[in-house]
Design a protein around this ligand. Structure first.
Ligand code: F6P
Length: 530
């Protein structure tokens, strides 16, 4: 495997970087009236404006040649065709198959996986229609009013993001709740809001072994059965599962007909398109869920066939790499100007940081350059009143992704115009700055990069476009850095240690003499409280 900084375009990019940094962003705009036209891309449903980054067409040309030298097209085609590119887990990576058309043919180990995907989608649609229409009742014959999704990581973030983002399309009788944290108040707050006789729990877990999820699911199950005075038959009307682990689901007491399966070639953080998205389908209906899949599918088609020079996820991945490896920007701020995209930063945190927060290449060598950035963010305009001071005047620079829709989902035009004005003002201010030598505290350096994604409106289709765009962006960067973007071994050590610590904290096992003095001291302190 060749280090990225040994590929032939790298020194050309270094020289180009040295030259380009002598010109401020505002001067690049002043020099070229067509800059926006040249450095933005329109797709049906959205516009991406990357002109406020410190790049020129020459930069993009050089970055594209770097991508070609890294074999990006071959890796992309391998992923999309079902090759087992997740080598450390010996798995294909096929979240794209979840949104493929019914007549597509995508093979893993010689078998077309698309028919099973559509069979599950049909079962999810039938189930959703039964719940929404009232044919599916609770154990005492009442309509379902509340959906509680119990899951964590990818089994929570994607569904919660999509559910909230598409609140304008919710079924009027249904409310959704997401319980992820094993800290007791998360589940308790949801249970306090719902009636056991009208609540449907979805246990969402790819592995069905995740400790927090199983703990919360067991407590919820006991709560339900206690309400029904020990009548276990109630579980069948109030619990369903989304998982790849049929055996564990059955052992939990959920019947096979109440399990919605998916396959091991769907990574947790890429699973909102699978049965893990069942809560979303229940809330918005199968048709709208299908529109979200269509958005993802259209982005896949664009990613697969657009020339790299005009390929949105490719360009975004390369601009991100340009920021990370040539400007050494450590982070990326994600600012959705939409209150209902509140969970987008958290979703992208997992997508990007769990995928590309890696330090070794696929051949085991240490990556020669920095890899994925820290992702953080909050909705605008709220964030303007918290950390935007830092974005504008800190000595550190962090690029920003602004996400906004041109048309409001609902609400008054006055609110929408104010929102849009704020979004555009922030990116303009970051880019151009404002000189003030008399009052240094009022001086804005500018030269701070950002990209604006403008959706026509926030709909299931454009949400699908947006999420798939980010998925492929992360893939592109992973290929260039030669990391495996589809495993997450970094989360394992803590999980194993927690398992060993639990009985020591509970006092059911003696404190291990192996513990470091800090951990031992903390255990002793906890034990002294009880
Ligand atoms: O701990 C990390 C992780 O494995 C994520 O990748 C995943 O999304 C999450 O845990 C939940 O896993 P599961 O869906 O198997 O419960």
């Amino acid at each position: 495997m060749t280090d990225i900084n040994q590929l032939s375009p790298w020194p050309l990019l270094q020289a180009h970087h040295r030259k380009l940094t002598t010109t401020a962003l505002r001067d690049l705009f002043a020099q070229d009236a067509a800059r926006f036209e040249k450095l933005s891309l329109r797709l049906p449903g959205m516009l991406a404006d990357f002109s406020k980054n410190h790049i020129t067409e020459e930069t993009l040309g050089l970055l594209v040649s770097l991508a070609r030298a890294a074999g990006l097209e071959k890796r992309r085609d391998a992923m999309l065709s079902g090759a087992k590119i997740n080598a450390t887990e010996n798995r294909a990576v096929l979240h794209t198959a979840l949104r493929a058309a019914a007549d597509a043919d995508i093979r893993v180990d010689g078998e077309n996986v698309v028919p099973a995907v559509h069979e599950t989608l049909k079962r999810m649609a039938d189930f959703s229609e039964a719940v929404r229409g009232g044919a599916w009742k609770g154990h005492t014959g009442k309509d379902i009013t509340d959906i509680v999704n119990i899951g964590i990581g990818g089994s929570s973030l994607g569904p919660q993001l999509a559910c909230e983002a598409l609140s304008a399309f919710h079924h009027p009788r249904l409310r959704a709740h997401y319980v992820a944290n094993v800290e007791a108040s998360d589940l308790a707050a949801a249970l306090a809001r719902v009636n056991p006789e009208t609540t449907l729990f979805i246990v969402a877990s790819k592995t069905f072994t995740t400790a927090e999820t199983m703990q919360n699911a067991n407590i919820a199950r006991a709560w339900l059965v206690a309400h029904y005075k020990g009548d276990e038959a109630a579980v069948a009307r109030h619990f369903v599962a989304a998982s790849t682990n049929a055996q564990a689901v059955a052992a939990f007491g959920i019947a096979p007909e109440n399990m919605f399966p998916f396959q091991d070639w769907v990574g947790g953080r890429y699973s909102v398109w699978s049965s893990i998205g069942l809560s979303v389908m229940l809330m918005i209906g199968a048709e709208k869920f299908g529109e979200m899949l269509a958005g993802g599918r259209d982005m896949d088609a664009h990613f697969k066939s657009a020339p790299l020079e005009k390929n949105l996820p490719v360009l975004l991945g390369l601009i991100g790499l340009w920021h990370r490896n040539f400007y050494n920007y450590p982070a990326l701020a994600v600012i959705p100007y939409h209150a209902s995209l509140r969970r987008l930063p958290a979703f992208l945190q997992q997508l990007d940081m769990e995928s590309n927060g890696k330090r070794v290449m696929q051949d085991g060598k240490t990556v020669a350059v920095a890899t994925g950035p820290i992702i953080f963010g909050e909705p605008g305009t709220d964030a303007q009143h918290s950390f935007f001071q830092w974005l504008h005047q800190s000595p550190d620079v962090v690029p920003v992704d602004f996400i906004v829709s041109a048309k409001p989902t609902d609400g008054s035009p006055a609110q929408q115009n104010m929102l849009l004005a704020n979004c555009l003002a922030q990116s303009a201010a970051l880019m151009a700055g404002q000189a003030n030598t008399a009052e240094p505290h009022r001086h804005f350096t500018g030269n701070r990069p950002s990209t604006t994604f403008m959706l026509d409106a926030l709909t299931p289709y454009t949400l699908g476009l947006l999420l798939a765009m980010y998925e492929h962006k992360v893939f592109v960067q992973g290929v260039l850095w030669c990391v495996n973007s589809f495993d997450q071994w970094g989360v394992e050590l803590g999980k194993v240690l927690a398992k060993g610590l639990e009985p020591e904290i509970a006092g059911t096992a003696p404190a291990s003499a192996e513990r470091d003095s800090s951990t031992a001291g903390l255990i002793a302190h906890i034990r002294n409280q009880s």
